[in-house]
Design a protein around this ligand. Structure first.
Ligand SMILES: Cc1cc2nc3c(=O)[nH]c(=O)nc-3n(C[C@H](O)[C@H](O)[C@H](O)COP(=O)(O)OP(=O)(O)OC[C@H]3O[C@@H](n4cnc5c(N)ncnc54)[C@H](O)[C@@H]3O)c2cc1C
Length: 450
């Protein structure tokens, strides 16, 4: 008889809240654990062994790949109560945080000390640092600053056999043995449970500016961005949106806000940060380049509140596309940066060939374009089959041009059908050997890509 606790639940009402993430499929856990301490996390594995069930770790369930979905039932281990920011050190430029801390809370805590934690998944208000580490989350600012993994200095991890390891530490350099903290970055809950992270911080850039520019076509917008890079400039972020996305956003926003988008069928949002003089110079050069690239209008925001307003336009895209009533098959493919213009052309052709609207928006500077196949009646078998063929075509193109099938969301369940196409047998074997070494009984998150 398991002992009674205030952190282990089997009631249906609790289980119902932990069935999946933002992806399509859901699973049925037999129990949900909400531990507060490392000892309780270890106990979850003891209970799982007694019950003969697997353990699926969960952050906030904002993932887009079904990663925290308990596909084989068992215990969902939610890290939401590990939500303490233990330390933000202006001396060492590190933060020590529980895995369940919301990314946005860390942004604010760092900012209060004039420090900066750059990784900024658009879900930062609701996703956790543990989830960000396990998916190696990106976001707009990753263009200049890199992804979550670039900020991980140390991790405390509970392994599937209940042992506790500390990898790395609080120094900004560390070459003691293998980079084992790095092994858990992007591991999607398959190798261990991250309980605490020590993260690298930067000085807060004292100045920022945001540019919003309209274009007649995606080709023109992508060309203008390429020109910016060719000139030797590297913005903090460069986000693009196509006409379907813009139309959806204009329809979704209240009338007064619709005109905040410059006219046109494509949109670029560009962020600059740094020392005030550098930001002023970069803004001037980039406005010239955008105008020369035939922007329909360029709006420049330089105060914190004006910049925030322009970013609010970007934040509405995902919700606006959902509000069209079509099922949004959201793929976070990445093409090499130089391939951006060609990719936009391919997306238009894919739309024509498939008959599905293809809505593209996202992190253009990284070549990481959220490509949404918009499907009406997705439960009709003939339509589902055509949608699958369209996705096959998308991923085949991306792999052919040296890109990847996922830049930040992970494989999870969503990309499982294309995992083999994206990897060689030798690479899959190596993944499997690592998994077997750390989790020989396959207790952690089974049914995913290994
Ligand atoms: C509106 C919206 C915008 C988004 N924008 C972005 C974006 O710009 N960039 C981006 O990268 N993603 C984005 N995402 C996707 C998502 O927010 C990220 O993948 C995020 O990192 C998931 O964090 P989470 O805490 O919700 O993790 P979950 O969804 O709960 O879990 C994700 C994976 O991490 C594992 N995991 C979670 N916590 C731990 C832990 N402590 N130890 C070990 N494994 C763990 C889970 O098992 C699962 O495999 C967005 C999502 C939404 C809804």
């Amino acid at each position: 008889m398991p002992k009674r606790t205030t952190w282990f639940f089997t009631d249906a009402a609790v289980l119902a809240c932990y069935r999946g993430d933002k992806w399509l499929a859901e699973g049925d856990p037999v129990a949900v654990a909400l531990p507060r301490t490392v000892e309780e996390v270890v106990e979850v594995f003891e209970r799982a062994r007694c019950m003969g069930v697997p353990v699926t770790t969960r952050g906030a369930g904002t993932g887009h790949a079904g990663g925290c979905m308990p596909s084989q039932g068992g215990i969902v281990l939610s890290m939401e109560r590990f939500n303490r920011i233990h330390e933000v050190s202006a001396k060492d430029f590190v933060a020590v945080v529980g895995a369940g801390v919301l990314t946005g809370d860390l942004h604010s805590a760092a900012r209060r000390k004039k420090l900066f934690y750059p990784p900024d998944p658009a879900s930062y208000d609701e996703c956790t640092i543990g989830g960000n580490i396990a998916t190696n989350a990106g976001g707009p600012r990753c263009l200049k600053y890199g992804v979550t993994g670039h900020y991980v200095l140390g991790l405390d991890v509970v392994l599937a056999d209940g042992s506790v390891v500390q990898c790395g530490g609080r120094t900004h350099k560390n070459k003691t043995g293998f980079n084992l903290a790095g092994l858990f970055v992007g591991s999607e809950g398959l190798l261990g449970v991250v309980t605490q992270a020590t993260l690298r911080l930067l000085p807060l850039p004292p100045s920022r500016a945001t540019l919003s520019a309209g274009f007649e076509s995606m080709q023109a917008a992508a060309n203008a961005l390429q020109e910016l890079f060719r000139t030797g400039l590297l913005p903090a972020a460069a986000e693009i949106a196509d006409s379907f996305t813009l139309e959806a956003a204009r329809a979704y926003l209240p009338r007064a806000k619709q005109t905040q988008f410059p006219p046109g069928n494509a949109h670029l949002l560009i962020e600059w940060d740094g020392q005030p003089a550098a930001v002023t110079a970069d803004v001037a050069t980039s406005v010239d380049l955008l105008v020369h690239g035939k922007a329909t209008r360029v709006d420049v925001a330089q105060s914190e509140s004006e910049c925030k307003k322009l970013w609010e336009l970007r934040k509405v895209f995902s919700t606006a596309l959902k509000a069209t009533g079509l099922r949004k098959l959201n793929e976070d493919v990445v093409v090499p940066r130089g391939h951006l213009v060609a990719f936009m052309k391919f997306a238009r052709q894919l739309q024509k060939r498939s008959g599905f609207p293809v809505a593209c928006f996202g992190h253009a500077g990284d070549g990481n374009i959220h490509t949404n196949i918009m499907v009406a009646n997705p439960d009709d078998p003939a339509i589902a089959c055509r949608a699958r063929e369209t996705l096959d075509e998308l991923f085949a193109y991306v792999l052919e041009c040296g890109g990847t099938i996922t830049g930040e969301h992970g494989i999870g369940l969503a990309k499982l059908p294309w995992w083999n196409a994206a990897t060689t047998p030798a690479l899959r074997h190596l993944h499997q050997q690592i998994k077997t070494a750390l989790d020989p009984a396959n207790i952690l998150n089974p049914g995913k890509f290994l």
